[in-house]
Design a protein around this ligand. Structure first.
Ligand code: AMP
Ligand code: ZN
Length: 114
């Protein structure tokens, strides 16, 4: 059992790495919703935004600085969408905070299916 994304970070579960530094790991989503679909996770486990506090909130800047680097590295010049599914109503199924990066299309479509 345990956390799937912690297992991916440790290498116990295989993944296709896109980016890594000492704090953040990014890998291809196994079920891509766009030509480019990458998940960005912090190496410190928190379940989602609801567990952020003043002590651990640097998790978010670490993640978003990594996204900035990934966008340059992967030449996402036309733009990209970042999504956090936070909680059950939003469709969160993995309880380790993660940001989706979606790109690779001229138009990523509406933010939500109407
Ligand atoms: P969320 O609905 O925001 O919790 O998203 C979880 C995401 O994790 C989904 O887009 C899944 O396709 C993705 N996912 C689940 N298992 C794996 C895995 N082993 N490797 C890569 N992505 C995964
Ligand atoms: Zn975890």
């Amino acid at each position: 059992m345990g956390c799937l994304f912690c297992n991916i970070i440790s290498g116990k579960t295989p993944s296709t790495k896109v980016f890594e530094n000492d704090k953040v790991y990014a890998f291809k989503d196994i079920n891509p919703q766009a030509p480019f679909h990458v998940l960005v996770v912090h190496k410190d486990h928190i379940k989602n935004i609801d567990e952020l506090n003043e002590k651990n909130s640097c998790i978010m800047s670490d993640i978003f600085l990594a996204i900035h680097t990934i966008a340059q590295q992967e030449k996402l010049d036309k733009g990209y969408r970042v999504i956090i599914n936070n909680g059950t109503a939003a469709g969160q199924v993995i309880w380790h905070l993660h940001v989706h990066i979606l790109a690779g299309k001229d138009d990523l479509g509406p933010m939500l299916v109407q």
